[in-house]
Design a protein. Structure first.
Ligand SMILES: Cc1cc2nc3c(=O)[nH]c(=O)nc-3n(C[C@H](O)[C@H](O)[C@H](O)COP(=O)(O)O)c2cc1C
Length: 198
């Protein structure tokens, strides 16, 4: 069975946002090249400071090249390995830290996060699911794929079709079934002054 985990919101928000969540149960159904193209295109049109577009991506599609996919898989933490085992596509997210006039781009991570989330929402719009991951060995990935020094490894995004939660390991199934939670709005949003709840 596949689960839906709509956000419980105080006021309505767009269904792309409300329905998006990060499942661990994926099936191995392939993601098409056209779909991957659309994900990258969505990311490409993200806004960025000075329009520097610091985001970079590497697509690892198990169907295209199982060997390179396995090299990425080997960098994952053991708990991530357990659920990524079925995932057909991993996308590496990188930020170019070089800014204007030889300065560091202080907005590189911020902008790259925006592009990554555009990609995630486009996946949702296509009926796919995307689950971002930080639990992997960044320096191993950087070395294995000869990522230049100016490029910062940010995250991986698992992309595919949602699978049967019954097939997950017990501890992962418990997480899959747990309610999604968020801080309350008055903790994260203020009016006029710091600490004055919205
Ligand atoms: C940068 C980043 C790193 C993450 N790393 C992991 C990870 O290593 N393993 C994992 O299972 N989920 C990871 N997640 C998913 C978060 O746990 C998840 O987004 C959060 O719990 C909220 O749940 P939701 O996306 O279903 O709303 C990560 C998410 C982000 C944005």
């Amino acid at each position: 069975m596949t689960i839906t985990k709509s956000a419980v919101t105080a006021v309505p928000v767009h269904e792309l946002i409300a329905e998006r969540w990060s499942p661990r149960a994926f099936n191995s159904h392939a993601v098409s090249q056209d779909q991957i193209h659309a994900l990258l295109e969505a990311a490409r049109w993200a806004p960025s400071s000075y329009n520097l577009q610091p985001w970079r991506f590497i697509v690892w599609n198990r169907d295209d090249n199982a060997d390179t996919f396995d090299k990425v898989y080997a960098t994952l933490s053991s708990s991530n390995k357990a659920w990524v085992a079925n995932v057909p596509v991993l996308i590496g997210v990188f930020a170019d830290r070089r800014g204007v006039d030889g300065q560091e781009n202080g907005a590189a991570a911020y902008d790259t996060g925006a592009a990554a989330f555009s990609l995630v929402l486009q996946a949702q719009a296509l009926g796919l699911h995307a689950h971002q991951l930080g639990g992997f060995n960044r320096s191993e990935l950087q070395r294995e794929f000869a990522i230049p020094d100016d490029i910062v490894v940010q995250a991986l995004i698992a992309v595919g079709y949602q699978g049967d939660e019954a097939l997950l390991r017990d501890d992962l199934r418990a997480k899959e079934q747990a309610a999604r939670s968020r801080r309350s709005l008055n903790e994260i949003a203020f009016t006029g002054q710091w600490g004055h709840a919205f």
